[in-house]
Design a protein around this ligand. Structure first.
Ligand SMILES: C[S@@+](CC[C@H](N)C(=O)[O-])C[C@H]1O[C@@H](n2cnc3c(N)ncnc32)[C@H](O)[C@@H]1O
Length: 279
């Protein structure tokens, strides 16, 4: 599958539910349609031209959905999943225990993720630790999922590490939190890179998917850094991102307005958890 027009009809919504049956055992923070999209991206869009990279896999939920599609299509490459693999008591109670994991001591969830991902072990490589400290030397990346851009600094670092390996005309960047009111810097960065990507899908709740259209080189990376940009310019870029996504036909005006209003009230915030209130 190579024609970006395919995204117009949201074909992932027609995914055979059987494809996700085994992955349903792995707890996830993803919404149902996002789960369908992940499996569709690896089973239908992907052509085995590069790796799959999952930044922020938590207990393996997103990785399992990606792996289910990857296995269904018979792909041979690897899915590289990154996380610090920690969960506090609140996350354990509200996400893990609620989705069927038996209560356990401590905060480390690496062993849990390894166990949960057993059905797809041979196609997954786990990378524990801070993602911003990692390097990438595994060649082209065909599907890049970003779900760990919780601060401007870590997002900028992840972009520097992984974006140069995207394949123009082929690679998807799945921005899981693009529409989340606590992370306006994602839309700001994709606006800075507007010459290198086109938005191809909105997947509720918060995901925007982008097709890479041009090689990410040193010039692109210089453009992409949000860290050095002052608040007023960030706000302008966020407004432009709102304009671009709505003009492209996506029904995202409400969450983008919410992001803009919230960012106006919280100048200079660089970390998701420092946004105290949604406006
Ligand atoms: C929203 S959760 C991901 C949910 C997951 N994709 C799923 O399907 O359930 C974000 C994850 O990113 C991880 N994370 C955030 N920032 C990180 C960083 N700088 N380095 C490593 N992991 C990070 C967190 O540990 C957390 O598990």
């Amino acid at each position: 599958m190579n024609d970006p027009a395919v995204f117009k009809d949201s074909p992932w919504k027609a995914l055979d539910p059987a494809l996700l049956a085994q992955a349903a055992n792995v707890p996830t923070m993803l919404a149902p349609e996002e789960q369908q999209f992940y499996a569709w991206a690896t089973s239908e869009w992907m052509q085995d031209k590069g790796a799959v990279v999952d930044l922020g896999c938590f207990a393996g939920g997103s990785t399992a959905r990606l792996a289910a599609g990857h296995q269904h299509a018979g792909h041979t490459g690897l899915i590289h999943a990154y996380d610090r693999f920690g969960a506090n008591e609140e996350v354990k109670t509200h996400i893990l225990y609620k989705q069927g994991i038996a209560p356990f001591e401590g905060n480390n969830i690496l062993e849990l993720a390894i166990d949960l991902l057993t059905p797809w072990t041979e196609r997954i490589s786990l990378h524990p630790g801070q993602i911003e400290d990692q390097s990438w030397e595994e060649g082209p990346i065909e599907i890049l999922v970003m779900d760990a851009s919780k601060t401007v600094q870590t997002m900028d670092a992840m972009t520097r590490t992984f974006f140069p390996s995207l394949i123009p005309g082929r690679s998807l960047v799945v921005q899981q939190d693009y529409l989340f009111w606590r992370q306006p810097w994602i839309a700001i960065q994709m606006e800075l890179l507007a010459d290198y990507f086109v938005p191809v899908a909105h997947v509720p709740n918060n995901t925007m998917v982008f097709l890479n259209t041009k090689q990410i080189d040193g010039t692109a990376l210089e453009h992409a850094a949000v860290g050095p940009i002052p608040h007023d310019r960030r706000l302008d870029l966020l407004r432009l991102a709102h304009q671009r996504t709505t003009e492209a036909g996506f029904d995202v005006s409400m969450p983008m307005d919410e992001q803009i209003r919230t960012f106006e009230q919280h100048p200079n915030v660089d970390r998701a958890k420092h946004f105290v209130q949604k406006f």
